[in-house]
Design a binder for this molecule. Structure first.
Ligand code: GRF
Length: 214
């Protein structure tokens, strides 16, 4: 059975687009069943509508607590019988209840080589540290922000003339490569989460994640 994927966004949705493209080409054995945004009017919703994917907007500001917002999201996501929840630029902190509910079946992409640079401004932080390498990580979501076990990483080299913007662009290219790949593996049941770490093709994956070879 093809897997049912629900994607959560807050913005432009370029990672969403990469995943939609890979489902439409048949590379991912699954379909995007719905796209949920906490913001109305964002471009990612247009991308979903263009692909005839149902969209849902749940404005967090209309809820009086994080718990009630997350409970409403869970109800909505579960109404689509999601096998996998994909966070693609979803800019809300999730409650422990929400995270536990989707344990082992929720992925996030973070623009750094985790465990480096959890949180925001990752590109500038990599530059400020004088790093020669930077990148992005797809990881399973756990209660620790940007702290769940890594599945796959994509690396870029940092050149002397790189700025935060140029790095962001380079990392985005890698994001659009590794996120569809991670979703492909999940949908093909090649990858699973255990409390001890990620299992890939029956073997423990490296702690920093599988390294994507461009
Ligand atoms: C990406 O940079 C991703 O790493 C971060 O949010 C951004 C989303 O970009 N989590 P987009 O909306 O997919 O274009």
């Amino acid at each position: 059975m093809p897997k049912r994927i629900v994607v959560l966004i807050s913005g432009s949705g370029s990672n969403l687009q990469a995943i939609i493209d890979a489902t439409q080409s048949g590379r991912i054995d699954g379909e995007v069943a719905a796209v949920l945004s906490n913001k109305a009017g964002v471009f990612g919703l247009e991308r979903a509508a263009n692909a005839n994917i149902p969209t849902e907007v749940l404005d967090h500001k209309a809820f009086d607590s994080r718990e009630s917002f997350d409970a409403a999201m869970m109800e909505l996501i579960d109404s689509y019988n999601a096998d996998l929840v994909v966070l693609a630029g979803f800019m809300r902190i999730l409650t422990p209840e929400f995270v536990r509910h989707y344990e082992g079946r929720m992925l996030n992409i973070h623009p750094s080589l985790l465990p480096k640079y959890k949180g925001l401004n990752t590109h500038q932080r990599a530059l400020d540290a004088g790093d020669q390498e930077h990148g992005c990580t797809v990881h399973f979501v756990t209660e620790e922000l940007d702290g769940g076990p890594s599945l796959v990483q994509g690396r870029v080299s940092i050149e002397l003339d790189d700025t935060s913007d140029s790095l962001q662009q380079k990392v985005h290219v890698r994001e659009h490569q590794i996120y569809p790949l991670a979703v492909e593996w999940f949908c093909a049941e090649r990858v699973s989460w255990t409390p001890e770490g990620v299992i890939f093709d029956g073997q423990p994956a490296p702690a920093e994640g599988i390294q994507f070879q461009p």
